[in-house]
Design a protein around this ligand. Structure first.
Ligand SMILES: [Zn+2]
Length: 415
């Protein structure tokens, strides 16, 4: 195993870093099994048995057996022949993303989306419905389970093809158990065993996370696959952020890392917030807060959606209010930039539909108030994944679990 380390280090320093954990895991078990070999092929690049043997240091016969095993799971498939070097051509193998499916659910306060995707996150089918998250977990998850069955039937995929389900919910989650923790707008959901309930109907791993966290995963997968340091900021009825640092989603000790909505901003002195404090970012810069400030100025506005409409029609007061909200958000993000030094801040959520005005306010403050080195390569942009960020991120959560060495070990060949 030591020789493998050296070989990786000399020829492919990046691989050395990425593979070290898995190789040491294999070494501890005394094997470099099919599931570990599969991790090398997950990037989709076709490789021959000889290339895999060179990359792993395994004997050709061992690689052949591992390849057979992955072929029987259909996780890899032959993809034509490598250019011959004079002898007989050798077959190449690559990841087969259509081998299985995952389900991705985005459960919001009033709307839900359920999608089936392949193992690359490509959406195969999708259903939307109106829900009331406050009607409780059994009603909402009951819809999700029946929609899941219907979707798989419509796609002609047997239940056995489903390998994991990712679920995003609008509240804090203890990720290790999949249980919501004191979610403010979700009565009846506190500490509810979401995976346990779903698994009574669909017996696959169920991963549950906060909606903003999965949006960060979705945004990165869609638009910034090489970014290791990304913040996704959702500006809607509330304000929250998902933080990816060092390539990993940061959930914090209690699952509320990135909960920036209740940080105090200078302009907010005295403004009451629903959390019980005063001067919170959310009490000034959320959709309802901007609508309230415009109402106080005499405009006929009742919601964040109305604000966005006014901005699109060029209403100067609405544009100024949205830009000021951007500055307030920028004030809090300036501190976040100092803490985690992201290379991307993507702004999403319903208020991001107000376009560049919100982003311009954020940029104005972050770029002038941060240290120059922190903003030298910092992009502050509108979310590219937009409405699809959450579903895509839930899919990534499920795929990441299903294709991990442990997930692959748990798979059995299709009937
Ligand atoms: Zn608050």
């Amino acid at each position: 195993m030591y020789n493998i380390f050296i070989k990786f280090y000399l020829s492919k320093p990046m691989w050395f870093t990425v593979r070290m954990v898995d190789i040491s895991r294999g070494a501890a078990l005394g094997t470099f099994g099919a599931s570990e070999l599969f991790q090398l092929l997950r990037d989709g690049q076709p490789r021959t048995r000889a290339e895999l043997a060179a990359m792993t240091g395994l004997a050709r016969s061992t690689v052949a057996a591992r390849v057979e095993s992955l072929m029987s799971l259909e996780l890899i498939s032959p993809v034509g022949d490598a250019a011959s070097t004079g002898g007989r051509p050798s077959s190449q193998f690559a990841f087969n993303p259509s081998a299985r499916v995952v389900l991705a659910a985005d459960l919001g306060a009033s709307h839900a989306t359920l999608a089936a995707t392949d193992l690359n996150g490509a959406v195969l089918g999708e259903v939307h419905t109106s829900i009331d998250i406050a009607s409780g977990p059994e009603a909402v998850l009951g819809w999700m389970v029946s929609a899941a069955r219907q979707l798989l039937d419509e796609l002609g995929r047997p239940r056995h093809d489903l390998v994991a389900i990712g679920v995003g919910i609008p509240g804090p989650v203890q990720y290790s158990t999949g249980r919501p923790v004191n979610p403010p707008i979700m009565p009846g959901w506190d500490r509810f065993d979401v995976p346990g309930w779903v698994q009574q109907h669909l017996e696959v791993p169920v991963l549950v996370d906060n909606d903003v966290n999965i949006m960060a995963l979705g945004e990165r997968a869609f638009a910034w696959p090489n970014s290791e340091h990304l913040m996704f900021v959702k500006v809607a009825t509330g304000i929250g952020a998902g933080v990816i640092s060092g390539g990993l989603l940061q959930r914090g000790a209690q699952g509320i890392a990135g909960d920036i909505g209740h940080v105090q901003v200078a302009r907010g002195a005295g403004v009451p917030c629903h959390c019980g404090n005063r001067g919170c970012l959310e009490a000034l810069a959320s959709g309802p807060a901007i609508a309230r400030s415009l109402r106080e100025a005499g405009l006929d506005v009742s919601s964040g959606r109305d604000v966005v409409e006014l901005v699109k029609r060029g209403n100067i007061e609405a544009i100024q209010a949205v830009r000021q909200a951007g500055r307030d958000i920028g004030e809090v993000l300036t501190a976040a930039v100092s803490l985690i030094n992201p290379s991307v801040i993507a702004i999403g959520g319903s208020m991001a539909r107000a376009g560049e005005h919100l982003i311009a306010g954020v940029r104005e403050v972050v770029y002038t108030r941060s240290m120059p080195l922190a903003t030298e390569h910092l992009s502050i942009v509108q979310s590219s994944a937009a409405e699809n960020a959450a579903v895509l991120g839930a899919s990534m959560l499920a795929i990441h679990h299903a294709l991990s060495p442990e997930g692959v070990d748990a798979l059995s060949p299709r009937a």
